[in-house]
Design a binder for this molecule. Sequence first.
Ligand code: FES
Length: 69
Amino acid sequence: MCPHQEIELVEGEFDGKVLTCKAHLWQFDCHNGEGINPSDCRIAQYPVKIEGEEVFVDVEGVEPFKSHS
Ligand code: FES
């Protein structure tokens, strides 16, 4: 979930390190959740498991960071 306006980041662009939200192009470093643009935000971190070409994200018990406008 994007901390800007709560758009699902699954629809964003991912280059293997940087995740870009499709809505207003905020960017996040997926290695640590830190905001790149802007730098004063972050996304929550979740356990991830990769099986073949599928990525499984365990969202249980982790609340997404919200709001920053
Ligand atoms: S909702 Fe993601 S950048 Fe605005």
